[in-house]
Design a protein around this ligand. Structure first.
Ligand code: 4AD
Ligand code: MG
Length: 433
């Protein structure tokens, strides 16, 4: 067998004979010429079989091979400007690893979303899904690179926990050796302990919420990156978040231009994503809604998706909305010392109708305030005892935020729904495959 090659590096093998291992994505029969599109996970290449250049068995195999059979194909790499990717393989040998046993269910015709989600394990092989999931992988790498290069240390947080972070209505409960336990909604509380130990930290992992409504932004299992740091304030959080998000967007524009093209993503809005991001207060946002949307919007109400869209439409890049009503947000948010009815929180709203991609803020560092908040939110004290300890031993102002990976992918790829942003989505009514 000749040298193995990957399609993504095929240009480096021009003029040489190589073997590619992959799957037959589709094919065209032109009599004495068979054109196969072979996919190996890193790309797709056209493999051309001329009946005189291969054995009769190999030619016959190419003629009848079913879609998505696995193959080894050997040939000379030739520049071919008309072929997708710019190269083709002039085949000299062709073998099947396995002939697909049944007709492949996903054909070039249009399929409904239900059908595609049911066949997600196969749908992942399509070029659109490749583009989205490559962008996802690069977003995750860019986030980690940025944090690692800016003094944040990865410190992981547990998935099985005794306490809620973001309210008790979306908890997934499980059994922990006879004790009730919950799948984590956010690593934040443990991250605060990590920040008091290491200064600047982040956790990055799956988080879980039993979201009881079906929307295009909510998953039951999603990935969140959560930076947290000691001595940080609300303004520090917004400064860090805008730097990180800008780096991620600019990296995607540079490194994933081909994938953005596959998705037909107009990148005009993404070019603008550089600091500084506009910052408006919740009060300002309410005024925008009253002026341009619902004249009767009540101060103290949470924004719905249409409200967030309305707010973000006023700006050409992501916008921070800060100082939300204290009563609206989680128990740990620090109240504004000058106006305790609002808290030192901020959400980052993405443009083009994508809404909130980051939530965060400054945490209360005051023991008595947090004790009162636990009571107000009807949370039991015992599972939070360790958290209160952080306010007894060298409590300091600190801040942090959580960025949802899937909403970021949906925005950068301009997708209608988060279900395509993760290999296997978990949503209300969706556990298969
Ligand atoms: O605003 P959230 O609930 O904030 C927190 O969990 C904080 N404890 C984070 C922190 O400060 N360390 O969630 C943060 C982000 C949201 O902005 C959104 O991007 C994403 O997580 N998110 C979801 N993504 C998909 N499906 C869901 N059900 C989501 N819920 C939140
Ligand atoms: Mg939020």
């Amino acid at each position: 067998m000749s040298d193995l090659a990957l399609i993504q590096n095929i240009g480096a093998h021009e003029g040489k004979t190589v073997t590619i291992q992959g799957w037959v994505a589709d094919k065209t029969d032109k009599g004495k010429l068979q054109f196969l599109r072979v996919r190996d996970g890193t790309g797709v290449i056209q493999a051309t079989l001329f009946h005189k250049a291969v054995s009769p068995e190999a030619f016959d195999l190419a003629k009848r091979i079913p879609q998505e059979s696995s193959v080894r194909v050997t040939g000379e790499v030739r520049k071919e400007p008309r072929a997708p990717g710019g190269y083709e393989l002039s085949v000299t040998d062709f073998q099947a690893v396995q002939l697909a046993r049944e007709d492949y269910p996903i054909t070039p015709k249009e399929h409904g979303i239900e059908f595609l989600m049911h066949n997600r394990h196969l749908w992942l092989r399509s070029s659109r899904q490749h583009a989205i999931l490559r962008i996802r992988a690069t977003i995750i790498k860019a986030i980690r690179d940025w944090l690692d290069n800016n003094g944040f240390m990865l410190v992981d947080t547990p998935i099985l926990t005794p306490a809620s972070v973001e309210g008790t209505t979306t908890l997934f409960e499980t059994d922990f050796y006879g004790e009730p336990a919950f799948l984590t909604q956010s690593g934040q509380l443990y991250n605060e302990a990590n920040a008091m130990a290491f200064g600047k930290v982040y956790c990055f992992g799956p988080t879980f919420r039993a979201e009881k409504s079906k929307t295009r932004r909510h998953l039951s299992e999603f990935w969140m990156v959560e930076p947290e740091w000691a001595f940080g304030t609300l303004d520090d959080y917004m400064n860090v978040a805008e730097q990180m998000v800008s780096y991620v967007v600019q990296t995607i524009l540079q490194e994933r231009a081909t994938e953005l093209q596959v998705l037909e993503r107009d990148t005009k809005f993404l070019q603008n994503v550089v600091p500084p991001f506009p910052r408006i207060s919740y009060d300002d946002a309410v005024n925008i809604i009253r002026e341009k949307g619902d004249a009767n919007f009540k101060w103290g109400d949470d924004f719905g998706a249409p409200d967030e869209t309305l707010i973000s439409e006023q700006f050409d890049r992501p916008v921070f909305v800060h100082k939300y009503p204290t009563a609206m947000k989680a128990f740990y948010m620090a109240p504004d010392p000058e106006r305790p009815e609002v808290c030192l929180s901020a959400d980052l709203l993405a443009p083009e109708g994508y809404g909130e991609i980051i939530g965060g803020g400054q945490r209360s560092d005051n023991l008595e305030y947090l004790e009162a908040q636990l009571e107000k939110h009807k949370l039991p004290r015992e599972p939070y005892e360790w958290y209160l300890d952080l306010r007894k031993y060298g409590s300091v102002p600190h801040c942090g935020f959580g960025l949802g990976v899937e909403r970021t992918v949906a925005w950068l790829c301009k997708l209608d729904h988060v279900r395509e942003t993760i290999p296997f989505a978990r949503m209300m009514d969706k556990m298969y495959p």
